[in-house]
Design a protein around this ligand. Structure first.
Ligand code: AMP
Length: 418
């Protein structure tokens, strides 16, 4: 037998129902928030990720799936969604002459060679949004609150929005200098990775999981003190806006996020349990121009759908299978009954009634059982005698009441009784 590759899983059973429920919810939100769906390739030129995510980030140095294709090109399976979207915006000149924001969302698989554990996979699905051509806090607030509202709407309550401001590149460089000065006498006390980060990516030391409780990290200089007047004013206004929108947020001055391209606001949706983030994002005002595009400020976030599935499974009642239940089960045994049944099933389905029919040669007893498993609300128990008179026997599967309905009226009757 051939097994699935390490760190992957098949989306089946309740997981697949939840996946679709999550994606449908997201799609509906995106209509109201007025975001366009975008799909970019699962693989891109390796260089794209080195130039966006960053040469010294964990993702690029340790986690990418890289290969040379048959045409000798260096290719990487995308580890995140922003780089491809940015490339597409530049390559297709999607910005045109517009002076309003361009708003995109995607749902797709990403690939990271990480050490697998619960909630950490090598193939993961992210929902993400990217907004270009606006540096307004209206967009910052829109994007942060949208992610919050989606999680709440899905039924997740035990999470917090942590936000921080990294400032523009000048204030960030000032902070990095202060950080390095502060850490210099303590380098040897840091973990091995942080000792390397000190040279390559010092901001990442702030969210090191190993050193996080050490006194050195607790007393680290506060980034807020290094922000430019402009960054600080915007950040304060953004906080006001989030309060106005009823978003529960916390300031976390140590939040820096793993990727190189962020500036100004960054945030994460973190669960109270297990320290696994459900999503996170930030502003990246210089990425488009760094990649050869025009000067387009941008902001975005990515959310892990696999982790949302895990959270939902924790809070759903044990016997839950609300998602996937059906409205009507059509019971039929003889060929005559089946011929009628198929036609009725089509009529109901075309009227948005979720319908299932005996799709095997099952006895009536077995069909009652299946209808219960599927939690059918109404049963249509077809029999030759009734059908000859143009009647359908309808049974309410909860009250167990039965009634005979004219076959021509059946759609209207069911629509009125669900
Ligand atoms: P990141 O691009 O690292 O900020 O990731 C955004 C979100 O994707 C995270 O908050 C997680 O919810 C999810 N995520 C990241 N890496 C993984 C992984 N290996 N497995 C499952 N979900 C992940």
């Amino acid at each position: 037998m051939i097994n699935k590759p390490k760190g992957t899983y098949d989306l089946i059973g309740l997981d697949s129902k939840l996946y679709q429920y999550i994606c449908n919810t997201i799609d509906n939100y995106m209509v109201n928030y007025h975001y366009d769906f975008i799909r970019t390739p699962v693989f891109e030129a390796t260089e794209l990720f080195h130039r966006t995510v960053g040469d010294n980030t964990d993702i690029v140095t340790k986690e990418t799936y890289d290969f040379i294709d048959r045409g000798e090109r260096k290719i990487t399976l995308r580890p995140e969604g922003t780089a491809g979207v940015v490339r597409s915006v530049i390559e297709n000149k999607l910005y045109g002459n517009r002076n309003d924001a361009l708003k995109y969302y995607y749902i797709g698989t990403m690939y990271r060679y990480e050490r697998p554990q619960a909630g950490r996979y090598r193939e993961l699905t992210q929902f993400g949004v990217e907004v270009f051509n606006s540096s307004s806090i209206i967009i910052d607030a829109e994007v942060i609150s949208m992610g919050y509202n989606i999680l709440k709407d899905l039924g997740i309550d035990n999470f917090t929005v942590k936000i921080n401001c990294l400032g523009d590149s000048l204030s960030r460089n000032n902070y990095i200098k202060a950080l390095k000065d502060y850490l210099k006498p303590h380098i040897n006390e840091l973990c091995e990775d942080c000792q390397k980060r000190y040279e390559t990516n010092p901001l990442r030391i702030l969210d090191c999981k190993i050193d996080k409780d050490s006194l050195i990290l607790k007393n680290i200089p506060n980034i807020t003190l290094y922000l430019s007047k402009d960054s600080l004013e915007k950040f304060n206004k953004l906080k006001e806006l989030l309060t106005l929108l009823d978003i529960d947020y916390e300031i976390d001055n140590k939040l820096v996020r793993g990727l190189d391209y962020y500036d100004d606001v960054v945030w994460e949706y973190t669960t109270d349990s297990e320290n696994l983030a459900l999503g996170g994002g930030g502003r990246y005002n210089n990425l488009v121009s760094n990649l050869g595009g025009p000067n387009l400020p941008a902001i975005g976030f990515g959310m892990g759908i696999d982790r949302i599935i895990l959270e939902l499974k924790k809070i759903l009642p044990q016997e839950n299978n609300i998602i996937g239940n059906i409205d009507v089960y059509i019971m039929c045994v003889s060929l005559e009954e089946k011929m009628h049944g198929v036609k009725i099933a089509q009529d109901l389905r075309l009227n948005n009634i979720i319908t299932e029919i005996n799709n095997n040669d099952l006895s009536l007893k077995a069909q009652f059982k299946i209808a219960d498993i599927l939690k059918a609300k109404l049963l249509l128990i077809l029999n030759n005698d009734d059908l000859a008179k143009g009647l359908i026997n309808v049974k309410d599967n909860v009250t167990k009441e039965e009634i005979k309905i004219d076959e021509k009226e059946i759609v209207d009757y069911i629509l009125g009784n669900l």
